[in-house]
Design a binder for this molecule. Structure first.
Ligand SMILES: [Zn+2]
Length: 161
């Protein structure tokens, strides 16, 4: 699948919750998302990035593919860390983003079972990044104020916008 790039409006919208009990397309969606993520050497992908208005994320930071429907962060550490993040939807841009170092993420499998993931460090960062996508938030929005304008200008210039 093709990955949408900023400033696609889909990337700025809040994605819709999925109903795992009636949505028969979730397995195909997760397969397509995983394939796209691996093709692009990504470690996470959210459905809106391939133009699908659903709250579904996939990620693989430790050679284990995981998919979560309707993910929410139920606990986030006060301790935060800043690290550079890239995004397949904002190619060529790296942004120092502050994130909680530990989170607990709850959601559903595509079969509708409850999942709870305790994540730290890189996994915690990836989960927060992907859930941001479901809320229409990009790394450009997370950039420190003093960097944001410069990053957006450089991105626009590089992409002929
Ligand atoms: Zn991203």
């Amino acid at each position: 699948m093709e990955i949408l790039h900023h400033p696609s409006p889909v990337l700025k919208s809040r994605a819709s919750e999925v109903d795992t009990s009636v949505d028969a397309g979730l397995l195909d969606l997760v397969r397509a998302m995983a394939e796209t993520m691996y093709d692009e050497n990504g470690i996470g992908l959210a459905a809106p990035q391939i133009g699908v208005d659903k709250r579904v994320i996939v990620f693989d930071v430790d050679e284990r593919l995981a998919a979560v429907c309707n993910p929410i962060i139920v606990e986030a550490s006060e301790e935060t860390a800043v690290d550079d993040e890239g995004c397949l939807s904002v190619p060529g841009v790296t942004v120092p983003v502050t994130r909680s170092t530990r989170v607990v993420c709850k959601g559903l499998t595509i079969e509708g079972s409850d999942v709870s993931i305790e994540a730290s460090d890189l996994l915690a960062r990836v989960i927060q990044h992907e859930i941001d996508h479901l809320d229409g938030v990009l790394i450009l929005d997370r950039a420190p104020a003093e960097l944001r304008k410069e990053l957006i200008r450089a991105y626009n210039e590089a992409n002929g916008l």
